[in-house]
Design a protein around this ligand. Structure first.
Ligand code: PLP
Length: 370
């Protein structure tokens, strides 16, 4: 094989010379962490770019999920959530002593199906935790209507939804709180990193305390906080990466359009929906394989691509209740989630990243269509 392997994603890196300049500055000032200069600059720049005025930076995308639940005082009870996500979504409930109640998803988007939420509500239900899977917005108005009716909190795991907007409004402003991940595999990265989108200045201040052990002053600790502060080196790196994220998203969009056009007429292949009114970030390009119509199973296509040096990924397979860590919980046993299982068994995320070459896209689509 003459080609190097093509992976599902390739990280966006800031220009090395510019990063070295910022490192020189950090070395000179010897300020490494604890809400330093670059941390403040990055919080302000992200708040501005994402149109989310009360954004708190975190050290990864999992701790803001855990902290959001803690900030809302959700310490026991049931949370309605999706089985079709990255496992961190459900783990954040476990870390707060909350029981996940898995509700099935919509076939078109992979997001939690609002029509099925109400029947899963019990007197123990305290919140809904939904995920904008692949950056496709959830039906936030339907979810909010249910939450309002039953007095439930709503948390969105928006790890995939960086910069996504619906009719010109940030998706990150929906619900009570939203979280982002800036992991290296995401559209925008700070190597590892994340953020909590808070509804008010007071709420951000509280979250800032919770991510710093619960300190409110030198001698005062008001809560069982964690340490989830972003350091100066990653904040500086993130500032540089933010400058090129629009170009990166445009490059992803071009790739998505090439995939869509090339795969449109292939029987048994369905591409992720391109929903009008949504400013997408093209963070993933999932296709769903209907074995009967396509003539090959998802795993057969996965292996065929792999043999050609193309490493597509089965995101999200298996569904979360099937992981050993959840398999024996009552809520996992009770999970009736046929649509999520179908998606998990038929999905394949194709390589998509800023700068992916047209020739690579042609090579991938011709393997799929031949
Ligand atoms: C990546 C991801 C997370 C976790 O983010 P980390 O930064 O890796 O901790 C959480 N939820 C979803 C849906 C993700 O894709």
């Amino acid at each position: 094989m003459s080609h190097p392997p093509i992976t599902v994603t390739s990280p966006l890196l800031p220009p090395l010379d510019e990063f070295k300049e910022l490192l020189d500055d950090i070395w000179e000032h010897k300020r490494l962490t604890n809400n330093g200069h670059y941390h403040k600059l990055l919080e302000a720049a992200l708040s501005d770019y994402l149109k989310t005025p009360h954004l708190s930076l975190f050290t990864n995308g999992t701790l803001p999920l855990i902290t959001a639940l803690q900030a809302m005082n959700l310490r026991s009870g049931e949370v309605i959530t999706t089985p079709y996500s990255f496992v961190a979504t459900t783990h954040s409930l476990w870390w707060n002593g909350l029981t996940p109640i898995f509700v099935d998803v919509e076939e078109e988007t992979g997001n939690i199906d609002p029509a099925l939420i109400e029947e899963a509500i019990t007197p123990a239900t305290v919140a809904i935790m939904a995920v904008h899977v692949y950056g496709t917005p959830c039906d936030t108005s339907a979810i909010q209507a249910i939450a309002d009716k039953y007095g439930l909190k709503v948390v969105y795991d928006a790890a995939h939804a960086f910069a996504v907007e619906v009719n010109g409004e940030s998706i990150l402003r929906q619900g009570d709180m939203s979280t982002l991940s800036f992991h290296a595999t995401k559209v925008y990265n700070t190597v590892e990193g994340g953020a909590l989108i808070c509804p008010s200045a007071e709420s951000k201040q509280h979250s800032d305390q919770l991510k710093n052990f619960g300190f409110t002053g030198e001698l005062s600790v008001i809560a069982h906080g964690i340490n989830s502060k972003m350091d100066e080196i990653r904040a500086a790196y993130g500032l540089l990466n933010l400058k090129q994220v629009e170009v990166a998203i445009a490059s992803r969009k071009k790739a998505a359009n090439i995939y869509r056009a090339a795969l449109a007429d292939t029987p048994g292949i369905r591409c992720i929906a391109d929903i009008t009114g949504v400013k997408h970030n093209y963070s993933y390009f999932p296709i769903y394989i209907d074995e009967a119509a396509y003539g090959m199973s998802r795993d057969e296509l996965y292996n065929k691509l792999k043999a050609e040096g193309i490493l597509a990924r089965r995101y999200f397979y298996p569904v979360i209740p099937d992981f050993e860590a959840y398999r024996n919980t009552l809520s996992a046993k009770a999970a009736h989630i046929p649509v999520a299982r179908k998606l998990a068994e038929t999905v394949l995320c194709l390589p998509i990243y800023a700068g992916i070459e047209d020739s690579t896209l042609v090579r991938i689509t011709s393997i799929i269509t031949s």
